[in-house]
Design a protein. Structure first.
Length: 78
């Protein structure tokens, strides 16, 4: 099943990725998705769609992604 984001959330993802890409070419997937989610009323199920969209758009912008904010807590900092 494919989850669809609202146009507003989609635009927010695009703007956030562009902004972050101008600062660093490494995007923290979970932290960015949570940041976007906190500004919009999306549920837990839609968080997966936000994460997938963040990953796709970050890759399109030439950014690497890291899983630093993963819920498992196994992330390591460099």
């Amino acid at each position: 099943m494919r989850l669809q984001l609202s146009d507003e959330v989609q635009r927010e993802v695009e703007q956030t990725i562009r902004s972050k890409a101008s600062q660093s070419l490494v995007i923290d997937l979970y932290a960015t998705a949570e940041e976007i989610r906190s500004r919009h009323d999306v549920g837990e199920v839609d968080l997966d769609a936000v994460i997938a969209t963040v990953a796709r758009l970050a890759a399109q912008c030439g950014c690497a992604v890291e899983l630093g904010g993963a819920k498992t807590g196994n992330a390591q900092s460099a």
